[in-house]
Design a protein around this ligand. Structure first.
Ligand code: NIG
Ligand code: FE
Length: 388
């Protein structure tokens, strides 16, 4: 018989539905092995081998962080400080992290990665994506995706992050490498292919070439689009049937139509707007147009050095016109949709038992009490993983 765990006296159990936020009050939930097998009123909860009393606190699906750059060395706090003193963000800063990453040993990169993963888990993230993109040689991209694959199945090959210095003036040759030998090295470890489609990085034709080459090797496309200005990235995402267009800070009405009709998720990354002092994307406009919205951290040492989904939820509610319920859905089920996952982001029978308990009675507290650590316990596939 499978061992069972009952969590009872849950003040608010966020279950989610594909159409949006859903929750039960005075609820209970039963886990067997790695799955949720029952949810319902506390008063009708079945017996189980182990019982946890939530004492009125909220239980939510673990956060699904569908956009993170976690394999890198070094840090860029001076660049951040300069930006806060008035300097503009430009894609070029990425190159300083590339130099530090190339110079690092595998052990150093792995240690940095594990530190960030532990940080994420403590803050309630139970599924996360991880990109390469700070190596930009065949060897360094290859080891980046291999390291990422040690910690998550959601590995993204981002050889087309920027053109590295040794290819300055010959973008075409670099794109050939990204679509050729570098892809050969990275495809076996990756599920996704991504490109930074932006002024200062890659244009529409180059981005299309990279995503199409990845797709021909079985990788699924996603894209960094419209972060620093209007551009072709969002339309390209729709054209190629990408799971997600990420950033979407600047959107034309044609971009909005393309997202709505293609079903491509708009993944919003408010940590990047915070860290670059840019205007926040208008989530309300996307939601009103019927576009599915996900929230993710974009955790990286340049534009958004946060691993905190609660922080992103708070920003989305305060500054992007999302309701607390919409923001929580976007940070859980929305992220799952952006990763084409149906087993996470929900707490309904059959879902993977990835869940968090708050030190608070409702999901709204995540935005209501910004900056306060409120994740009391984390279960991943039915196992307690917060070390408490
Ligand atoms: O998503 N936009 C491109 N990549 C990262 C920034 C990386 C960096 O500045 O190091 C982002 O914001
Ligand atoms: Fe990013």
């Amino acid at each position: 018989m499978a061992r069972s765990l009952l969590i009872t006296q849950i003040g608010e159990l966020v279950t989610n539905a594909p159409t949006g936020f859903a929750a039960l009050n005075d609820a209970a939930l039963v886990i067997e092995e790695d799955r949720v097998v029952w949810t319902g009123p506390s008063a009708r909860a079945p017996a189980a081998d182990t019982v946890v009393d939530a004492a009125g606190q909220a239980v939510l699906p673990g956060f699904v962080d569908s956009h993170a750059h976690l394999v890198f060395a070094g840090e860029r706090s001076a660049e951040f400080a300069a930006r806060m003193a008035g300097q503009q963000y430009a894609a070029g800063g990425i190159r300083s992290t590339v130099a530090a990453t190339r110079a690092a040993t595998d052990a150093e990169l792995r240690a940095g990665l594990h530190r960030l993963v532990a940080e994420m888990v403590r803050q309630g993230t139970t599924t996360f994506e991880c990109k390469s993109g700070y190596g930009l040689t065949v060897t360094d991209e290859g080891r980046s995706v291999a390291l990422a694959a040690e910690v998550t199945p959601e590995v993204t090959y981002l050889g087309a992050h920027v053109v590295p210095p040794e290819f300055t003036g010959d973008v075409a040759a670099y794109v050939d490498l990204v679509c050729g030998r570098m892809l050969d090295a990275c495809a076996p470890h990756s599920r996704w292919v991504d490109v930074f489609c932006e002024r200062g990085a890659f244009g529409a034709d180059e981005a299309r070439a990279v995503l199409t080459a990845g797709r021909s090797r079985g990788l699924l496309p996603r894209i960094h689009a419209n972060q620093l200005g209007l551009g072709p990235g969002v339309q390209l995402a729709a054209e190629l049937g990408a799971a997600s267009a990420d950033h979407c800070t600047f959107l034309s009405s044609a971009d909005l139509d393309a997202l709505a009709s293609s079903g491509t998720v708009a993944t919003l990354l408010p940590g990047a707007e915070f860290g670059t002092r840019q205007p926040y994307p208008d989530a309300r406009r996307l939601l009103s147009a019927g576009v599915a919205v996900a929230l993710a951290t974009d955790c990286n040492p340049g534009s958004s050095y946060t691993s905190s989904m609660p922080f992103c939820i708070a920003l989305a509610v305060r500054d992007m016109r999302m309701t607390t319920a919409e923001a929580v859905w976007a940070a859980t089920a929305g992220g799952a949709r952006a990763l084409r996952r149906t087993d996470v982001g929900y707490l309904t029978p059959g879902a993977r038992a990835d869940l968090i308990m708050l030190d608070a009675p409702s999901h709204a507290y995540l935005a209501y009490r910004p900056g306060v650590p409120q994740v009391r316990a984390v279960w991943q596939a039915g196992r307690r993983v917060d070390g408490r």
